[in-house]
Design a protein around this ligand. Structure first.
Ligand code: GLN
Length: 502
């Protein structure tokens, strides 16, 4: 049995190694072919990459911030890490996170909670990719990798004033990424500005790279078809000069009572900016939004319960040998899982096991899958572009629109992008988070889970919000996150619009 070794302080502090520069942000990387050569000749500075601790990196531990994987190293690089290193990036550290990605504030780690960047140390950095966001915010990484299952890249970006991008589901390989909820998991990128992210996805043509080792990686034929129907995939395409000809939808259901008035103000100001840049803003209705959060918190834990069944003390990582070591009587499993997993992970396993049980599956898991379909249809109804994955024979959108009629749709239906806040509030104090119920924390994900359920690309960029000069706290928390959501595989155009807007 491999004994549990705590991750050493040095390993965790790898993230904190000081070295500062941001030249990459001004460096044009246009072609995947000439980049490595320029790196060799020392013309392109090394691009520092920080990687969330649930993504395999040789030479660093990969623990998912869980005791059950403490001391575990995966001896190879995840495909995404290999791809980025091939283009001259260097892994400089692993980033703290919520245990197995389950959380919204990076406080469910078995080792060390993440706090926000200076001067916001008392506040949540968002989760679950909080460490990645803070590394970028503090200038310790040029690009950081995170994973986004229900908002875990976008939420930390919103709370730290950085940019967080979740690509279309299946675009970036998940091989070497420890799964949380397979049907929702995506690898996401964080940076200080949109540009390095657009350069990685479009300039380095990551969007083109199918990975045969990841069964959910979109196949080449579908990639080509999707790309042919989309703009801004040319490696030389720059950000848009203005937003003329584009329509932005404001989902009315996102204007919830719990929305912080300053965030609401910031949202409206962003809409003014969009209009000043020549874009059109209309209100739209996504009626299934209100059920999306409940559906997510049924589907994600169900998939998690199934994924985490393999951590039994026999095959991986930590084994609790305190007591019986006989796997037959189940004591070893129970002890290992009892002491190896943290409370939030156990809560999800219980929830997921229950909703998948024969007595509950019809009322929970199956219903949640139906809601997921409705959420997808809401999006497909409002976007101008068709979802290239839709099988038109089975699902005729034009008929659908007629039969659903005007009452479920308050605004004109045809938009290029949706624009809404990423989180309902500015980052809460960590002290407040500690006193929250799990449900309070789940509520924070209300704006991020719909795009995850539908597999759509979404990005969070910093958003100015009004500040009362008399309030010290407001002066500190002078930003929120603005989320832009696009139709499936419209990632390149989304990034170019986000770059213009930020
Ligand atoms: N907060 C959400 C959850 O706990 C999202 C996490 C994620 O995207 N990994 O499930």
């Amino acid at each position: 049995p491999r004994a549990a070794q705590g991750v050493t302080a040095t390993q965790w502090r790898a993230l904190r190694a000081p070295s500062l520069y941001a030249r990459f942000l001004h460096q044009e990387v246009t072609s995947s072919r000439d980049t490595p050569a320029r790196v060799q000749h020392g013309e392109l500075p090394q691009i520092r990459l920080v990687v969330k601790d649930n993504i395999a990196t040789s030479g660093f531990p990969t623990t998912c911030a869980s005791h059950i994987l403490a001391g575990t190293s995966i001896p190879f690089n995840a495909t995404i890490v290999t791809q980025l290193c091939r283009h001259g990036m260097e892994v400089v550290g692993k980033a703290g996170m919520d245990e197995f990605g389950m959380g919204t504030h990076s406080t469910t780690s078995a080792f060390e909670s993440v706090c926000n960047a200076h001067p916001l140390e008392a506040y949540s950095a968002g989760g679950s990719s909080g460490g990645s966001a803070v590394a970028v915010r503090e200038g310790r990484a040029d690009i950081a990798l995170g994973t986004d299952t229900g908002g875990s890249v976008r939420m930390p970006a919103a709370y730290t004033g950085t940019v967080g991008f979740k690509p279309s589901y299946g675009m970036l390989s998940r091989w070497g990424v420890v799964p949380y909820a397979n049907s929702l998991d995506t690898v996401g990128l964080l940076s200080r500005t949109v540009r390095p992210i657009r350069q990685a996805i479009v300039g380095l043509r990551l969007y083109k790279e199918h990975d045969p080792r990841d069964p959910t990686s979109i196949p080449d034929t579908v990639r080509s078809r999707c790309t042919a129907e989309r703009e801004y995939y040319a490696p030389t395409a720059g950000p848009r000069k203005n937003l003329k000809g584009l329509t932005f939808g404001l989902p009315l259901e996102y204007n919830i009572e719990e929305l912080d008035p300053r965030i609401r103000q910031g949202w409206l100001q962003a809409v003014d900016t969009i209009q000043e840049l020549g874009g059109r803003a209309v209100s739209v209705s996504l009626p299934s939004t209100r059920n999306a959060l409940s559906a997510y918190y049924v589907i994600a834990p169900a998939e998690a319960a199934s994924n985490l069944a393999k951590y039994d003390g026999v095959r991986y990582g930590y084994r609790d040998t305190n007591g019986s070591s006989d796997a037959q009587d189940g004591v070893l499993y129970a002890k290992t899982r009892g002491s190896g997993f943290g409370d939030e992970v156990k809560r999800r396993i219980l929830l997921g096991s229950y909703t998948l049980s024969s007595e509950a599956i019809d009322n929970y898991f199956i219903q949640a899958q139906k809601v997921r379909q409705l959420v997808r249809r809401d999006f497909d109804r409002v976007f101008k572009l068709k979802n290239p994955l839709l099988d038109e024979q089975h699902f005729d959108l034009s008929e659908m629109d007629e039969s659903v009629g005007i009452e479920t749709k308050l605004g004109p239906a045809q938009v290029d992008f949706l624009v809404c806040p990423t989180a309902p509030t500015t980052p809460p104090l960590l002290e407040q988070v500690r006193n929250q119920t799990p449900l309070d924390s789940y509520m924070n994900d209300v704006f991020t889970v719909p795009a995850s359920l539908a597999g759509l690309p979404a990005i969070s960029i910093p958003m100015d919000i009004p500040v009362d000069p008399a309030s010290e706290e407001q002066k500190l928390l002078h930003f929120g996150g603005l989320q832009l959501i696009g139709q499936f595989w419209d990632d390149a155009r989304l990034l170019s619009v986000a770059e213009r807007l930020s």
